[in-house]
Design a protein. Structure first.
Length: 420
RNA sequence: GGAGAGAUGGCUGAGCGGUUGAAAGCACCGGUCUUGAAAACCGGCAACGGGGCAACUCGUUCGUGAGUUCGAAUCUCACUCUCUCCGCCA
């Protein structure tokens, strides 16, 4: 949610920012609504003040056993006006909120301008593509050949975009998650959380998924929605609260399943387990003071990169351009891991600074010298577990189709060198 | 699922339908005292919004939403949540 004061003071600048994000100029409409609302509010409040003073007077007169009928009839007159203005104010306020709640965050100055992923820029890269003496297979070829990855059974149970992992692959998924959580909690200062996977619409509004992106979500009825990422419950932990400054920075992590309808992705990545309705992810979330959020984004990115480095997986970091960034973010880095089977880089983590955009929506503030200040929120995958499993399969495959186990994961496999 | 109790400021907790935005205590901030700290004492301390250059002022908010009333934290209704007991249960 945007600060209306900023729009009042910088309407043209605001429109330019929105244009970068692919929106039409709208500040005129916003300011007109804002003006009418405020004018209405001023008149309304004066009437309320008048009514209150009459009412107080009535109370006084009655306690003195005097006649108050003329005061009472005056209040009666005011009442109609009050009701009409109240209605008008509510309507204008709702119109305003409808518009504001659907506008994306403003991009940071350091974000490259652009309209789609073609315009993303490379921030850095690490490692190099592994060489193979044979043609590397895709993860689903490897998984199916090993008999440990099964799409038919999953689709029998649940339809398309689900997968069944068996035995050592199921264990690998668990080992990856454990490794990530251990690292983030032991070395990176994150507190592990076990969170609800169903949340209320209010919560999703706060983090920005609603009202605009309802079609991307699964709902379980009765105002229960399946989380598309642990970012939702983690970021909203302190919604409608005023934190003490010594609670910041707050760094939390959680390993959860994520549920996404993939509404706009028909026909995309239909083979394999790259794009599923359900996947697991270790999520990182930070709440920080405004002046620290830029540094925190770099820190978070490094925490995510650290996992890939430990796994010796080659990757590059992309700075998303204004047109490719998500709704909430003022800046986003995507980490793209190299997948030799696909012969492509694929997103395995996305780290975003949301500034105070989400904090305004969910009303999370902290107290500083008697002032209440919106926190800045950041979220990042550290990492997507399913895609990490894919990356390990494709990068650690051997000619015979067996998979080497990365050094740091061996402890979860009785120090075995290979999966089978 | 059945029966009962409750929801008030950062926390605990008072609150006859009429200066109650709300007592008191704790916490917190400032000050006095002290070599320093503690204790004691004094003072301050809700949020959001409108108007104003400002001092300031007005409005809204006592779980949420409706209603009664000239006036609601206080009365009525609905909903949500929490707690206790019983039943069921991973």
């Amino acid at each position: 949610m945007h600060n209306i004061n900023f729009i009042r003071e910088n309407p043209t600048e605001f429109d330019n920012y929105m244009k970068q994000r692919g929106e039409h100029p709208i500040s005129n409409k916003i300011l007109e609504l804002d003006k009418v609302k405020r004018e209405t509010q001023t008149v309304l409040q004066n009437l309320l003040a008048e009514r209150n003073s009459f009412s107080k007077n009535i109370g006084k007169l009655k306690s003195e056993n005097k006649d108050a009928s003329s005061e009472m009839s005056k209040v009666d007159e005011i009442k109609n006006k009050i009701n009409n203005l109240k209605e008008l104010e509510t309507i204008k306020d709702e119109e305003l909120k409808t518009i504001l709640s659907r506008l994306p965050n403003i991009a940071d100055k350091t974000v490259p301008l652009g309209s789609n992923e073609e315009d993303n820029t490379k921030y850095r890269e690490w490692g190099e593509k592994p060489g193979f003496e044979f043609k590397p297979k895709t993860h689903f070829e490897l998984g199916e050949d090993l008999g440990l990855m099964n799409f038919e059974t999953a689709s029998k149970l649940s339809g398309s975009r689900f997968v069944l992992l068996k035995n050592q692959l199921s264990k690998l998924e668990r080992a990856i998650a454990n490794y990530m959580l251990d690292k983030h909690t032991n070395d990176n200062g994150y507190i592990e959380m076990h969170v609800p996977y169903l949340v209320k619409a209010d919560t999703l509004y706060g983090t920005g998924q609603l009202p605009k992106f309802a079609e991307d979500l699964f709902t379980a009825g009765d105002d229960h929605w399946l989380i598309p990422t642990a970012e939702i419950p983690l970021t909203a932990l302190h919604s409608n609260e005023i934190l003490n400054i010594n609670q910041l920075p707050m760094r939390v992590t959680s390993y959860t399943p994520c549920f996404r309808s993939e509404a706009g992705a028909a026909g995309k990545d239909t083979r394999g387990m790259l794009r599923q309705h359900q996947f697991t992810k270790v999520e990182l979330v930070s709440l920080v003071e405004p002046e620290h959020s830029k540094d925190e984004l770099e820190r978070m990115l490094s925490c995510a990169e650290g996992i890939l480095q430990d796994l010796h997986l080659h990757y590059r970091v992309m700075t998303l351009c204004t047109g490719d960034m998500g709704f909430n973010a003022n800046k986003t880095y995507d980490i793209e891991v190299w997948l030799p089977g696909e012969d492509k880089y694929r997103e395995i983590s996305s780290c975003s600074n949301c500034g105070d955009f989400q904090a305004r929506r969910m009303n999370t503030r902290y107290k500083l010298e008697n002032k209440n200040i919106f926190v800045h929120t950041l979220n990042g995958s550290g990492l997507a577990v399913g895609r990490t499993l894919i990356a390990i399969l494709e990068n650690y495959q051997m000619k015979d189709g067996n998979i080497k186990i990365p050094e740091v994961l061996k402890k979860y496999f009785n120090n075995s060198d290979t999966l089978i």
